[in-house]
Design a protein around this ligand. Sequence first.
Ligand code: C5P
Length: 297
Amino acid sequence: MPHKTETINYSAEDGWLCVDAPAKLNLFLHITGRRPNGYHELESLFVFTEFGDKIWVRKSAQLSLKIVGDFAASLTSEGDNLVLRAAQALALYSEQGLGAEIILEKNIPLSAGLGGGSSDAAATLRALIQLWGVYIKPHELEKIALSLGADVPACLYAQQSLVKGIGEIISPLAKPLEFYCVLVNDGTALSTPDIFKTFETQNLSFSPKILETENGLDVGWMKNTKNDLFEPACLLAPEIKNLVDEMSGFEDVLLARMTGSGATCFALTKKLKAAENVAKIMKKRHPNFWCKVSKTI
Ligand code: C5P
């Protein structure tokens, strides 16, 4: 499908390949322990949304990255960008001097708990495997993904999954949940390492391990879960609590919570109309907040 920006026309006819990099929501996130290397063990339900970034790739002699989209200005296309690091890691694995022109369409806000960077990295790996025709076994690919970030392996599959370990033990749900969601971010950018550090310095307690199977997992069950990073996030940005309280207050909202290390909060509804209504009211009350309606995939 042709897609136009102000300077680039990138379409399949011009040799571009497009891969979705959906946003990620943690419907709950329990921290169950800490590894000697400082990483935390978790139990979480990852779901993905129709809304997200896009990665476009096309063969080229060199590796290059251009960033477009709503949040392009807040990102650099330098070597530390996770998209370039993913491309370099795959090129290294394939032991060929492979190049590509890459375009990242950045629609997901940054440092927002929506897994944008992880999803971009995972989508880059998927796109370049196809473009370059790289043969790679799933466990090798997951190893590369994990080296890029704890959430990247789950983003490779972008399927609703129960996730354990530090993010590498992924069990896709046999019966995916269907919700509409309203995503709201008040503009607060929270650094994931800072939130985990605050969890530690505040001596917050670990949650018990509860995940056995997906049986019985529904919104009622989820009300007995939480996001363990909510408390540390609220210590750094107390207004997040007001946002969750406000979104929980709508009649048709089944569950409202912060995702990942924040600060984006989501509200789940059963019907599109209800989500649109929540978004409309939130936009009216808070014209400066970022707000999006989407659906789980
Ligand atoms: O792996 P990623 O780069 O996304 O993680 C960012 C930071 O978040 C890590 O450096 C670590 O401090 C923290 N983290 C953690 N346990 C996890 C995931 C992330 O402590 N399971």
